[in-house]
Design a protein around this ligand. Structure first.
Ligand code: GGG
Length: 352
């Protein structure tokens, strides 16, 4: 799925490393973009702030300037955020807010294994298309005190509009893939109103575009059984479309099938803007050690380019990354190696 590419002289890219290893992997992705030379318009990078650390310094996890500057950019790369697991007055997850404020309604997460040779089919080759703006992530939580003790409630929002547009995104992505299959992930046997609306709306997408999606096979699966089958027979999936929370969980589970969360990229995509973001979090346990795997961030930069219409640059990055993984000589500890972030970056640059 590509955005219209105006003939750009330069590519303005906002960089938001945010917290933890985001500060180590986003600079690596930047270096890879710089190495593309004439494959893309000259990149112009703008460093922007967000995250827990900036909140502790300034009282804002998402400074207004970050959002306003992003509105002027062609694309962006976001690292990772370390939101606390408890409620902190004045703090709200900046990545959840950014997705909403920029209307980045789809989180597209390709999970692909690297086969032994470039000619072989990868054992896992699927895309999780996660709705990115609603579900439980509207974060309307209320704590009340009752005679029996505390009671916590959360609102789960599913709208026809959001379900339709994420469904359409999934069908469009499937059209561009050899298998052309969409699987709707839901739990409408229990949550018949919310997941029922999601399921019905996505099922209804092809009827709204007569002829357009005739070649796409539509399947559906209850989320718990989908996770089971994903682990046992990942090859049955092509494009999985899910409400926000299920999509978040499924894509992390799928990452285990390809060796590491450190390999899995994503883009947060809307109709007008795209922001690459590795699926992994801020990994405080390895922060500052220089051993974070930069591949998810590098692949996220490639995915961002692909959405912006620069397939040649994206291909160069992806081919180089696959070669490094395939050779298995330069790997960070998450993949069983002992190489550093910089070693992997340099290996990728060498292959490019
Ligand atoms: N790059 C993905 C990432 O940062 N994952 C952790 C995450 O989404 N956390 C939510 C938050 O901390 O607000």
């Amino acid at each position: 799925r590509r955005m219209a590419t105006a003939a750009r002289q330069s590519l303005k890219i906002g960089l938001i490393p945010a917290d933890g290893i985001g500060k180590e992997v986003i600079p690596a992705a930047r270096t890879v973009l710089e190495a593309l030379g004439s494959d893309i318009p000259k990149p112009e990078f703008i460093d922007l702030l967000a995250g827990w650390e900036v909140f502790t310094r300034s009282g804002s996890a998402l400074p207004e300037e970050t959002v306003e500057t992003l509105r002027e950019c062609d694309g962006a790369l976001f690292g990772a955020v370390s939101s606390p697991s408890r409620s902190v007055t004045g703090y709200s997850s900046p990545i959840v807010a950014l997705r909403k404020q920029l209307d980045l309604y789809a989180n597209v997460r390709p999970v692909v294994s690297v086969a032994a040779t470039p000619e072989e089919k990868p054992a896992v080759d699927l895309v999780v298309v996660r709705e990115n703006t609603e579900c439980l992530y509207v974060k309307q939580e209320v704590l009340t005190h009752t005679a029996q003790g505390k009671e916590a409630r959360a609102t789960r929002l599913i709208t026809e509009r959001a379900s339709h547009r994420i469904g359409k995104m999934a069908f469009d992505i499937a059209l561009g893939r050899p298998r052309k299959q969409v699987t709707i992930i839901h739990k409408s046997n229990v949550l018949s109103v919310t997941d029922g609306l999601f399921r019905e709306t996505v099922r209804g997408v092809p009827a709204k575009y007569p002829g357009q999606y005739d070649s796409v096979k539509l399947e559906e699966q209850i989320v718990d059984s989908a996770v089971y089958r994903l682990i046992r027979e990942p090859e049955i999936y092509d494009v999985m479309v899910a409400p926000n929370l299920y999509g978040d969980i499924i894509s992390d589970a799928a990452a285990a099938l390809v060796g590491s969360l450190g390999l899995v990229p994503s883009v947060n995509a809307g109709d007008k803007f795209v922001m690459g973001e590795p699926v992994h979090g801020s990994a405080p346990d390895i922060e500052g050690k220089g051993i974070a795997n930069p591949i998810a961030a590098i692949r996220s930069a490639a995915l961002m380019l692909r959405h912006l219409g620069y397939a040649q640059g994206a291909d160069r990055i992806d081919v180089a990354v696959d070669q490094v993984i395939r050779e298995g000589q330069v790997l960070t500890p998450d993949l069983g190696g002992s190489s550093s972030t910089n070693d992997v970056l340099n290996a990728v640059l060498k292959k490019m």
